[in-house]
Design a protein around this ligand. Sequence first.
Ligand SMILES: *Cc1c(COP(=O)(O)O)cnc(C)c1O
Length: 381
Amino acid sequence: MAHYGEKVTETPTITIPSSLLPADGRFGSGPSRVRPEAVAALAAEADTFLGTSHRKPRVKDIVGRMRSSLHTMFGLPDDWEILVGNGGATTFWDYATFGLIENRSQHLVFGEFSSKFAKAAQSAPHLDGADIISSDFGSAPVAVANATVDVYALTQNETSTGVMTPIVRPDADGLVVVDATSGAAGIEWDHTQADVYYFSPQKCLAAEGGIWIAACSPAALDRIRSLSASDRWCPTSLDLGVALDNSVLNQTYNTPALSTIYLTMHMAEWINDNGGLSWSAARCAESAANLYGWAERTNYTTPFVTTTALRSTTVGTIDFDDSVSADQIAAVLRQNGIIDTEGYRKLGRNQLRIALFPAIAPSEIVALTQCIDHVVEQITA
Ligand SMILES: *Cc1c(COP(=O)(O)O)cnc(C)c1O
């Protein structure tokens, strides 16, 4: 029953033939499909792992495996460190306003997530107002060297719009700090172009939320140490120097969710065992080709992002013709166990948004598009 004031769109009851259904119905962009194999592995180890001290070797070993498998996956030099802390990418923005930005940051804003970090930096009373460069949603801006800026804040993949951008260091001093939440482990990047590459693991890494992970270059580690040692006030729980000291010991400052750490470790090792980041990125690109190829061939769909090179290979956004309601399609899919394909609310388009993360096989995207075709056929019949 619809609640008062809610827009009522009738959802017809349509049963998608089981021969068309994907093996798993989860296509959300975060939290995203967790591999059943990872859950089974966690369950098999649960009674010696879950509910045990995060200060003891059993858990520290898993944190260490998570850190080292990510280090390997990203092909990082030995002098980089993988930091980990509680709170997710959103909390990392607050850490960054204390522990990475010295005076002023530049932000490339082209969607919901990049705009949130910009606002956090803009409103921090101890920083100079942020330098914000925005572009229309569906496109992406480029960093511009600015002598007053000491952090360039980039976003590898805008999860709200499905825009993916190359990580390119501007010709300038200053740390390049990249939000890679829906790109890390699914899109390749060159570590020489970045200083901090941070993410939450509930998207591309098919784990759960609640922690942030940040790969940090030597220059970033220097900045963290110097700001942490400075007189500038910083809450201890948001102090990157404290996070660094704990991370190198495979610890966190306060208690983390052990299941999240386990699932992240398992996914990173799975990707490395299969050929690493290039394998995973190719798998996502194949899923993306399946999705965008279908959207281009089909007469009632178009990829939202018009510049092909900016079309994300990990989160696909597909616009629908006015003749069909994307919300209605998503509702019918949901009735059939295919969930979280709804477009990003604040974008306000007649759109579906579909995760193309490495945990989702490319054949699953083909099955999904066949289900959508079936639903549209039934709705418009
Ligand atoms: C999901 C997301 C975030 C926020 O992650 P949380 O774990 O919810 O804090 C930040 N940036 C991007 C690009 C995201 O996709």
